[in-house]
Design a protein around this ligand. Structure first.
Ligand code: HEM
Ligand code: HEM
Length: 263
């Protein structure tokens, strides 16, 4: 007797073939949405971003007046300078909100949570750097900022402080305000005012470069993690797998619930 042959599987018509990559999914296990970025932090972030844009535009005009007034009474430089100083005051206000949050903010935005002070945090920074250098396939996910990002934010806040001080020195050079004279009036005695202007000018490019690299890095982490990192700077919420919450994260979420913040 002839052995029975299995009938050959009918070829799958191309339109029925399983489309493997049509809707890829990533399992993240039980997860909760944590309110990580409180409202004043988001306000300060977007306030600073917007004012950096406006200050760079008006500041660059002060450096190199690229619009030529067509009438005798045009007071363009004065107007741009006034706008620059007005935006600068808003910029300082947003910066002060952020400084306040370093001490009074949520667990994830406090200075103690961001400063690279422990050996463990430095080790984590190396792991994050490996991800950015395409050596490690997955990012090191954290409820708050990852340690490398946190350190870079502290660096940018330090430079923002320098920008504010150099700006106030130039402002006071003409305004001669008694309070500002006490606060920053002594600086030109040590650093020539032209060098102060140069530092102020060069830092503008650092902020622009930071903005570009920062958005790029947030995008690649967000797309690798799939936890709504980019969304979080608008809504405040990040999706966090429950088993990645540390003990004090749980305590912080409980505390937030007591304060009627939706946890
Ligand atoms: C990210 C924030 C800022 C950026 C990007 C920025 C940018 C600039 C630039 C490019 C200039 C032209 C410098 C030059 O002539 O070479 C300038 C001038 C000036 N900035 Fe800012 N600035 C910022 C923040 C501030 C702040 C906080 C103040 C504080 C009051 C300030 C006050 C001034 C003043 C008074 C001048 C005019 C100097 C002059 O008349 O020659 N700036 N800024
Ligand atoms: C020049 C422009 C920008 C500057 C200087 C800047 C600066 C910062 C800083 C300092 C933080 C840390 C917040 C804190 O804890 O204090 C931050 C966080 C963040 N920013 Fe920006 N930002 C800029 C533009 C943007 C833009 C355009 C986007 C989105 C399209 C963005 C998305 C985010 C996100 C998602 C976070 C949280 C990231 C994390 O957990 O590490 N930023 N940014």
């Amino acid at each position: 007797m002839q052995p029975q042959m299995k009938p050959a599987a009918a070829p799958v018509p191309p339109e029925r073939a399983p489309r493997k990559l049509a809707h890829p999914r990533m399992r993240i296990g039980p997860a909760i949405a944590v309110y990580v970025w409180q409202y004043p932090l988001r306000l300060a972030h977007w306030g600073l971003v917007l004012s950096i844009g406006l200050l760079a535009f008006t500041g660059y005009y002060i450096h190199n007046p690229f619009i030529v007034g067509q009438t005798k009474t045009t007071f363009l430089m004065g107007t741009f300078r006034f706008a620059h100083e007005a935006f600068a005051m808003c910029f300082i206000a947003f910066f002060l909100i952020r400084i306040y949050l370093f001490f009074a903010g949520d667990r994830w935005v406090k200075l103690s949570a961001m400063a690279p002070v422990s050996r463990a945090r430095w080790k984590e920074m190396i792991e994050v750097a490996k991800f950015y250098a395409f050596i490690r396939p997955r990012p090191l996910s954290k409820v708050g900022h990852n340690p490398l990002a946190a350190a870079s934010y502290l660096g940018i806040y330090a430079l923002i402080f320098v920008e504010i001080v150099t700006g106030l020195v130039m402002f006071n050079w003409l305004a001669q305000n008694p309070v500002l004279t006490v606060l920053v009036g002594w600086i030109p005695g040590y650093i020539d005012i032209q060098n102060i202007r140069l530092i102020h000018f060069c830092l503008m490019f650092v902020f622009i470069a930071f903005g570009i690299v920062h958005v790029h890095m947030c995008l690649i982490v967000s797309s690798a993690e799939k936890r709504g990192l980019l969304d979080s700077i608008f809504t405040g919420y990040k999706v966090v797998p429950v088993d990645e919450l540390e003990e004090d994260d749980r305590a912080a979420i409980e505390a937030a619930r007591d304060h009627r913040v939706r946890a």
